[in-house]
Design a protein around this ligand. Structure first.
Ligand SMILES: [Zn+2]
Length: 246
């Protein structure tokens, strides 16, 4: 039997994707009216406002992650952060995490830069998948040298598609950690490596079609400009935390 050519495989794949996309759509229609995953987004609960300085202090003193929701006040480009969660300390916990109470529109969490075992400067696989799987459209991650912003408007429910996307992300995250001292070094090359590889591989596998608005961004804190050897570009800006967060 003749072996399938690359082109044939690609065509086959595209057909498969079309069929899948259809089924994702029909599922979404069926879900309407019932319990909708991508339905109403709960308003941020404003019990515990935090300033960016509070975040900074927590990141450098607490052995655990804190998390919550955020709002943009008066349509300004500045975020007001509210805390409503706290994770376990590592050690003794084997890994840090923090879960917000609900799937708010904008969520955030910290990656502690202190203590015996500092957290990685990179998002985890689950951090990168959150906005694809759950209601939130924006996830901010505060780390020592800057802030990650992960966005996605589309919400997936098809477990097969989610797991294919997870496989891609997991592998790229693993490869990134291998050449960044287990996530402790960060620079333009490592950022390009993580972000470009995720997007190239998702698009090679036709998975980008499911999440066309998916975006990963990182901005350095400007006070590290002279300490770190990073190039400021349109892609990775040096930002003053006080200009972007209350
Ligand atoms: Zn995280």
């Amino acid at each position: 039997m003749k072996k399938h050519t690359k082109k044939f495989k690609r065509v086959k794949r595209n057909i498969k994707n079309k069929v899948r996309r259809k089924s994702v759509k029909s599922k979404r229609v069926r879900r309407k009216g019932s319990k909708m995953k991508g339905g109403a987004i709960p308003p941020c609960d404003k019990n515990n406002p935090l300033s960016i300085n509070d975040i900074w202090t927590s990141m450098h003193t607490n052995n655990f992650e804190i998390c919550g929701c955020a709002m943009r006040l008066n349509h300004a480009h500045k975020y007001q952060l509210f805390q409503n969660g706290q994770g376990p300390a590592k050690p003794p916990a084997p890994r840090r995490y923090c879960q917000t109470r609900l799937n708010y529109g904008i969520i955030w969490h910290t990656h502690p830069a202190c203590c015996e075992v500092p957290s990685k400067l990179y998002p985890s696989t689950e951090d990168l998948l959150k906005v694809v799987k759950h209601g939130s459209h924006t996830s901010l991650i505060f780390c020592q040298y800057g802030v990650w912003s992960i966005n996605c408007e589309q919400k997936l429910t098809d477990q097969q598609v989610i797991s294919e996307i997870r496989n891609v992300i997991e592998l790229v995250v693993k490869e990134t950690l291998l050449h960044t001292n287990n996530g402790q070094d960060i620079n333009n090359e490592s950022l390009n490596f993580l972000i470009d590889n995720i997007f190239n591989r998702l698009s090679q596998q036709g998975l980008e079609n499911y999440i066309p608005s998916y975006k990963i961004a990182f901005n350095f804190w400007d006070h590290y400009q002279d300490v770190l050897k990073f190039e400021i570009s349109d892609r990775y800006k040096a930002i003053n935390p006080n200009d972007h967060f209350y």
